[in-house]
Design a protein around this ligand. Structure first.
Ligand code: ZN
Length: 498
């Protein structure tokens, strides 16, 4: 067996352990009985330890050392080189962190998450503050072990967006913030409410929503033969090779479930688009968190909230919910695209969403550059909300405490959400240029070509190309905020008469 075959074998083992963890985690968040919490978390944490031992094993180290020797590496083809590059990255990011620190992180995180839940419930920032301090301190240490280009935050960002740094993100976010703030201001000055009253005082039967959701997932190309749709409090997608599961949540007050369904189906279609021969292969994975999010946002917003999609959806929607038939297509389209400054990121519209992320990025970077102390975050948060949206949360649960990420030490994660929107805009522009009559197709409910384009151009390559290279290959240009800004102006200009 060649050394490269050894690498494939180890990669396959890692993948199988990972799949087992994912399936248990899926169950934990969907059907697991309440009483099983402790036992399950023990099982998952033991399996995670086995995974960690495998990925930091001497066996893998030996294999990678050999494959990274100049003379040996030169003999590999491009695809094999990419596989070695990615596995080396996975290995190094973990191997360099001492076991003691990993144990401490797990302990601190579980305490911090419990404290965060309580703090949010009671709207008590002080209760969470010591844990936030501890997490920042630990992650600074971790960053030193992982190594970085020019500052500790780079090491953290790189876990979610390989190849990205704080500087690169700032270079995109700074102009994005300015342009988005201007657009938000123009929209708010209009002081109008598009699609006013469409969903007011109406009930939308949940069973009917579920039926329509399933139908939509199928129509856009999510494969139920290799997937399922279940319920979860916070919708998520879990991909385990030929078994890719999506989840959704429902309320009878509106039809937001349709868009969260499109979002998760987008994640699911990405996972299902990884070629079968790459299951367990070092490259058989997604490019980055941002790229994953670009796929979900594309189906949710660029396709799902478009005027054409509403033409397709309208007959089904009014058929399912006759209470909506009093409203014109255009009216419902406007109602699902209303721009409103809000406290809560996950409820934000397309125009304000990336500003929520920019706010978190500024604060995180401030803490990791030692320009901002954890105890100052609450006040800075308020100032920035005021600056960007003209609203100030009086309750930390609606401000600095709203997201779970800091409690689990996931600093550097937020930028991926915004990058997802930016990738989506740039990619969708190219797709629209390359797919004949894309708007007409969407209006007619024909999504095969769109899905095929994404499969062929993105999904089938796994993580062979890093995000920056992929974006250039796909669109001929480096990532830029301009595509997103142009998209927003083109869409919201007519809605708001700007
Ligand atoms: Zn998502």
């Amino acid at each position: 067996m060649s050394t490269y075959d050894d690498l494939l074998e180890i990669s396959n083992e890692l993948n199988n352990v990972q799949n087992a963890i994912y399936l248990l985690a899926w169950d934990e968040r969907t059907y697991m009985p309440e009483g099983a919490v402790e036992g399950r978390s023990e099982t998952i944490s033991d399996l995670s330890r086995i995974y960690h031992r495998l990925i930091t094993s001497d066996r893998l180290k030996k294999v990678l050392d050999e494959l990274n020797k100049e003379s040996v590496n030169a003999e590999l083809d491009d695809l094999q080189k990419a596989a070695v590059r990615e596995m080396t990255r996975d290995f190094e990011r973990r191997y360099n962190i001492p076991d003691e620190l990993i144990k401490e992180m797990a302990k601190v995180s579980s305490k911090a998450q419990a404290a965060w839940e309580k703090a949010r419930e009671r709207s008590d920032f002080e209760h969470f503050l010591p844990h936030l301090k501890k997490q920042v301190e630990l992650k600074k240490k971790v960053a030193e072990y992982i190594g970085y280009e020019s500052e500790p935050y780079d090491a953290l960002v790189d876990s979610y967006e390989p190849g990205f740094t704080a500087k690169k993100i700032k270079h995109i976010f700074d102009p994005m913030k300015r342009k988005l703030s201007t657009l938000v201001k123009e929209i708010l000055e209009k002081d109008i409410t598009p699609g006013k009253g469409v969903f007011d005082d109406k009930k939308f039967e949940i069973e009917k929503q579920k039926k329509l959701c399933r139908e939509l997932a199928e129509i856009i190309g999510y494969d139920f033969h290799h997937g399922r749709l279940d319920e979860a409090v916070h919708p998520f997608t879990m991909g385990m090779d030929d078994d890719v599961r999506i989840t959704n949540r429902y309320t009878d007050e509106n039809i937001s479930s349709l868009f969260s369904l499109l979002h998760e189906s987008g994640h699911g279609i990405y996972e299902q688009g990884i070629p079968e021969e790459w299951y367990g292969h070092p490259l058989g994975q997604r490019i980055s968190m941002g790229y994953h999010e670009s796929q979900s946002r594309m189906w949710e917003n660029f396709v799902g909230r478009s005027r054409e999609f509403m033409s397709f959806l309208y007959p089904k929607l009014t058929d399912t919910f006759p209470v909506l038939s009093d409203h014109e297509e255009e009216n419902i389209y406007q109602a699902i695209n209303r721009v409103e400054p809000s406290y809560i990121r996950v409820e934000a519209d397309e125009v304000t969403y990336n500003l929520h992320i920019a706010l978190r990025f500024d604060i995180e970077l401030g803490m990791f550059r030692d320009e901002l102390e954890p105890h100052e975050t609450q006040e800075v948060w308020k100032d920035k909300m005021d600056k960007y949206f003209g609203i100030v949360p009086d309750d930390p649960a609606k401000g600095v405490l709203q997201d779970v990420h800091w409690s689990s030490g996931d600093f550097g994660y937020f930028p991926s959400y915004a990058l997802g929107n930016l990738y989506a805009a740039q990619i969708y522009k190219t797709a629209s240029d390359e797919i004949d009559n894309i708007q007409e197709r969407i209006a007619n409910g024909e999504f095969t070509e769109v899905k095929k384009w994404l499969n062929e151009n993105i999904h089938q390559h796994g993580r062979r190309y890093r995000a920056e290279e992929m974006t250039k290959r796909l669109t001929g240009e480096s990532l830029s905020e301009d595509f997103y800004i142009d998209y927003l102006k083109g869409k919201y200009g007519p809605i708001y008469g700007i």
